[in-house]
Design a protein around this ligand. Structure first.
Ligand code: PLP
Length: 449
């Protein structure tokens, strides 16, 4: 007999990205509190949150300063909009703060409520840019297969997830996809560097096919997150930079996961030495404590879309919501004043990556990879042939369930297990994460033997 709570959830709650029928049958975990890098189920079971929620709780759970910032702002001014010749102090101060941390050529921020609607904003702003530039044929976006840019119509179309495109007849017109730099699964006999070049050159081929005069922008994550922490070979980004320099198209870097310290730099544009025209942000911006996102805009784009007589008829009721903005500002202050991003670069990410590599020796691991505070392992039955544990990526689901049993939140992206822990995780907590991951791999291997 299901508890009253479980029955209520089944009866009334339609959950995102879930097999709701299966949830109804098997029941659902009720997460009721969190502290530091740990979350707790209602029944008291404790988990090390290796995913920082959904790649977002950068400063960890339970920071009272954020609660106070929210409470103070709610008391003073819980809401006001940015549409009608008005702003609020948190929105303006946050824009200035982000501009001070962003690459030097990017000085304006447009606020949204999430990463998805930030990418919708990009979609409209880029097309608006080319119209204002007198090049209205430049309307096509080039993205990559297996990219994730969000769930709204434009963002899911920009993304390259087949299982999302199947629902709702996506992608919409004007969006095409090129190869991803996923060497483990698609590299064949090529070396990493050879494959990185080849994947990058699929962008140039597509620009030539569509016609430079029709291409508006290229959008990409610095490393694909939801696609399975696809870390590009060293040759990939330099070749993409060469191509972007050659053709007159805009470059949108989706830093919804990578922004605000995850690579050990404030932005991954610095980590990979990239010069985007717009950067998509969300998640770590507020460490997920309240929903907020945005687009950081280069001077080149701003000069056009904010030029004389250039109204941008776009915005959200909750663009730059003052309470979310106040919380984001405090979150960034904490990341800065506690030296968390520097700590990630000098100490914590090298330690995480070094220990993560130990998993590569496990018999069911085909590859262990990562950078900064993200990492992945490829689950295989046979290391040499890369044969998977089971058809239809079932091995990932089994492994994720064992991981939860073992008190560790890892995410399965098909046959890839990924982590993206809070940036404040300690070395002792990383040790715990690795031990739990090893036990999880042992359990999964036993299941398939
Ligand atoms: N872009 C990237 C790279 C993401 O990983 C995500 C979410 O996971 C999004 C965009 C969408 O953000 P949101 O879920 O806040 O709409």
């Amino acid at each position: 007999m299901k508890s009253e709570f479980q029955q209520k959830n089944t009866a009334h709650h339609f959950q995102p990205f879930s097999d709701n029928k299966e949830l109804a049958e098997k029941g659902i975990k009720l997460i009721s509190k969190a502290e530091g890098v740990y979350i707790y189920e209602d029944n008291g079971k404790k988990y090390l949150d290796g995913m920082a929620g959904l790649w977002c709780v950068n400063i960890g759970y339970g920071r009272k300063e954020l609660v106070e910032a929210a409470s103070q702002q709610m008391t003073e001014l819980p809401y006001y909009n940015l549409f009608f010749k008005t702003t609020t102090a948190p929105a303006t101060n946050l824009a200035a703060k982000i501009a001070s941390l962003a690459p030097a050529h990017m000085n304006k921020v447009f606020f949204t409520g999430s990463g998805s609607d930030a990418n919708d904003t990009n979609f409209r702003m880029v097309r608006r840019y080319w119209d204002l530039k007198g090049k209205p044929t430049k309307k096509t976006f080039i993205s990559r297969k297996n990219a994730y840019h969000g769930s709204t119509v434009a963002a899911a179309s920009l993304g390259g997830m087949g299982y999302m495109h199947e629902q709702g007849d996506l992608p919409i017109d004007g969006i095409v996809h090129v190869d991803q730099p996923y060497w483990f699964a698609e590299g064949g006999d090529l070396s990493q560097d050879e494959f990185g070049l080849k994947a990058a050159q699929s962008l140039e081929a597509k620009i030539l096919e569509v016609g430079e005069e029709n291409v508006a922008a290229f959008i990409a994550e610095p490393f694909q997150g939801a696609g399975g922490v696809i870390t590009p070979p060293d040759s990939y980004w330099p070749e993409i930079k060469r191509i972007l320099a050659k053709y007159d198209i805009l470059f949108i870097l989706d830093e919804v996961i990578s922004g605000f310290g995850r690579t050990g730099e404030w932005f991954a544009s610095e980590y990979f030495d990239l010069k985007p025209d717009m950067i998509t942000i969300a998640k770590g911006m507020s460490s997920g404590y309240l929903p907020i996102g945005g687009v950081i805009i280069s001077d080149k784009v701003a000069d056009v879309v904010i030029g004389e007589g250039a109204d941008f008829n776009h915005g959200y009721t909750y663009s730059g919501h003052p309470v979310a903005a106040a919380v984001a500002l405090k979150n960034i202050e904490i990341l800065e004043s506690e030296g968390i991003v520097d700590q990630v670069k000098s100490e914590i990410s090298p330690y995480l990556q070094q220990r993560w590599q130990e998993l590569a020796d496990h018999p069911i691991v085909g590859e262990a990879r990562g950078l900064g505070m993200v990492a992945a392992i490829e689950l295989v039955k046979d290391k040499a042939t890369k044969e998977r544990l089971a058809p239809n990526a079932a091995g990932g689901g089994v492994c994720r369930d064992y991981s939860m049993d073992n008190g560790l939140i890892m995410r399965s992206c098909g046959d890839i297990m990924v982590i993206s822990p809070p940036l404040v995780i300690t070395k002792a907590e990383i040790d715990e994460l690795i031990e739990k991951a090893k036990k999880t791999l042992d359990d999964t291997a036993r299941f398939y033997n």
